[in-house]
Write a protein that binds this ligand. Structure first.
Ligand code: FAD
Ligand code: DLZ
Ligand code: SF4
Length: 509
């Protein structure tokens, strides 16, 4: 038995050399433990590309730590005693190494935090759980911000984060005089625009070994494993960010909400998977984007829109997650209970918008925000799908999905299942919105202009049926009251046709 001082456990989304647990360590006397675990790879049926990405990035990070002088015990899936989860892994390591303490940076998910808190008693070793200082807002600071507020609106949180970071500030005023340029960010894209594609990386020997492992062990999981093109190192992720800033950022603002057939990425950064596992640092990313604006390479609406997503939305949803867990995952304000349609897993549907969003999700483990919110999310909301089942789908299918960020986006923003804590109104829309922001409807078998009947776009009857079904819950919301009044002005025969069309469609599905 070799006695060591600290055993530092590093999780698959903690691939950052300045991580608090590593910063507190001593590379001469401490030992790092990393492991590919069956439980983590299968607590939902993660997309194959996501598992390959996390495992390959973990293996590359272990090499990076070794090169920096750390002793790293790295357990590959199926090797080293084949531990299924963190507890059996640590129990074996404690028996083998007898560390004085275990040190770990807090996990991103509640289920693991609960486990970690039980370890000192179970392992009979002290366990230090350190804050994750890769985020800009601590749990305590978010709690203080939220205290006493009736509504937790992102916009006010975001302004505080701008002041705190100094990003896009001229003294104590926002650059350009406005905090938010979203009203300039809603242009539909034309297919004649130049479309940059995200920087791709060819698999190296480490990734090739991981791809073979994932193909052999996770064949029953969702999604296409190949072609595999994600960066798996810090340098690769930085190169992807630089390519985005040079080629796509200038148009990010204008076309943020647009959707085009055959264009899965448009002007989006495709970096959330790198940020969320620690290969990119959020503040550094924002400073680079601010520099692009200050040197005239990107307009203000693009830089502001992008920075808002990261220091605003990303930090805010994490704050909500830790404020409201446990229990937030069970929210179901609208009482929705239909099972998730099978086509969410196959993409086999005649609805062209859903087919496009789900097919690219299967292929790339990626869809951009408006596809997630206004296509797959919107449809589930209108159709009354069980928000918990939908949450598990989103958690499984995207390479960037971790519960702290996915759950508030799904349960709060997309499904209004928290009753309006996060979103100021339900993100419910008829086919007209999708038609305005995309070219999907042109190639769809349904007619976006018809409200009812077998040829009508299903989003239309479902939308008005949603308004009718939930009128008591939403009529008090000033942003929805107008839609309730419009519905009330339809003649009773039309209201019946809407109910009949919605029912007929749901039964057929
Ligand atoms: P861009 O559009 O280029 O935006 C830049 C960055 O801003 C992103 O990389 C991301 O880090 C951040 N960002 C943007 N919007 C949000 C947001 N609403 N919440 C948090 N961060 C944001 N994002 C995840 O990182 N993981 C998830 O599991 C996830 N699940 C989602 C589920 C639903 C139902 C919805 C509506 C949104 C979800 N999002 C999630 C938010 C957003 O859709 C993704 O962050 C974004 O699409 C990632 O692609 P990108 O890197 O090209 O982002
Ligand atoms: C997502 C993921 C996967 C697929 N596999 C592992 C793993 O084998 N080992 C590991 O340490 N972490 C993995 N992760 C990331 C964890 O699930 C993540 O740390 C938690 O979800 C907390 O955010
Ligand atoms: Fe989607 Fe309706 Fe348009 Fe078809 S017509 S693509 S179902 S919004």
């Amino acid at each position: 038995m070799t006695a060591i001082r600290n055993l530092i456990l590093v999780l698959g989304d903690q691939l950052t050399p300045t991580l608090s647990s590593l910063a507190a360590g001593d590379r001469a006397r401490d030992r790092v433990l990393m492991a590919e675990l069956h439980d983590e790879a299968s607590y939902v049926r993660h997309h194959k590309k996501k598992i390959a990405f996390v495992f390959s990035a973990m293996r590359h990070f272990a090499e990076e730590l070794r090169a920096a002088g750390w002793t790293v015990d790295y357990v590959k899936l199926g090797e080293g005693g084949a531990h299924s989860g963190f507890y059996p892994l640590l129990a074996a390591a404690v028996a083998d190494l007898a560390p004085e303490r275990i040190v770990v940076t807090e996990p991103g998910e509640w289920r693991l935090m609960e486990d970690f808190r039980r370890w000192p008693a179970m392992l009979a070793v002290p366990v230090d759980i350190l804050p994750d200082d890769r985020f800009l807002c601590t749990h305590q600071a978010f709690g203080l911000w939220a205290e006493g507020r009736k509504a937790l609106r992102m916009e006010y949180f975001y302004r505080d984060m701008r002041r705190q970071t100094g990003l896009l500030m001229d003294g104590d005023q926002p650059v350009g005089g406005k905090w938010n340029y979203d009203s300039e960010n809603r242009k539909p894209a034309g297919s004649d625009l130049f479309m940059p594609t995200p920087r791709t990386v060819s698999p190296d020997a480490i990734t090739a070994e991981v791809l073979a492992l994932v193909a052999a062990r996770f064949d029953h999981h969702f999604g296409d494993l190949e072609p595999f093109w994600f960066a798996v190192t810090r340098e690769g992720a930085q190169a992807a960010l630089t390519a985005f800033i040079d080629q796509a950022l200038p148009r990010f603002g204008d076309y943020q909400d647009a959707m085009l057939t055959g264009e899965p990425f448009l002007y989006h950064a495709v970096i959330a998977q790198y940020l969320n596992c620690g290969l990119l640092d959020p503040l550094t990313v924002c400073r680079q984007v601010e520099a692009a604006f200050r040197t005239g390479k990107a307009p203000l609406n693009a830089a502001e829109g992008f920075i808002r997503q990261i220091i605003g939305w990303r930090e805010y949803v994490r704050g909500i997650y830790w404020l409201k867990m446990p229990g937030y995952d069970q929210s179901n304000f609208l009482g929705h209970d239909r099972p998730l349609p099978a086509f969410y897993w196959t993409g086999e549907t005649d609805m062209a918008c859903l087919k496009a969003a789900i097919t690219q999700t299967r292929q790339q483990a990626y869809a951009h925000h408006i596809q997630r919110l206004m296509v797959t999310g919107n449809f589930a909301l209108l159709a009354g799908i069980d928000p918990h089942e939908l949450h598990q789908w989103y958690l499984a299918v995207y390479a960037d999905a971790y519960e702290w960020v996915e759950l508030p986006n799904t349960v709060g923003m997309s499904q209004y299942a928290d009753g309006g804590l996060l979103a100021s109104k339900p993100y419910a829309a008829s086919g007209a919105y999708i038609n305005r922001m995309s070219n999907y409807c042109g190639s769809c078998r349904f007619d976006v202009k018809q409200r009812t009947g077998p040829e009508a776009c299903p989003f239309n009857a479902l939308y008005w049926d949603f308004i009718a079904r939930h009128r008591d819950r939403i009529a008090g919301n000033p942003r929805m009251a107008q839609m309730v009044r419009t519905y009330d002005r339809f003649d009773p025969a039309e209201q019946q046709r809407i109910a009949g069309s919605a029912r007929g469609f749901m039964e057929g599905m």
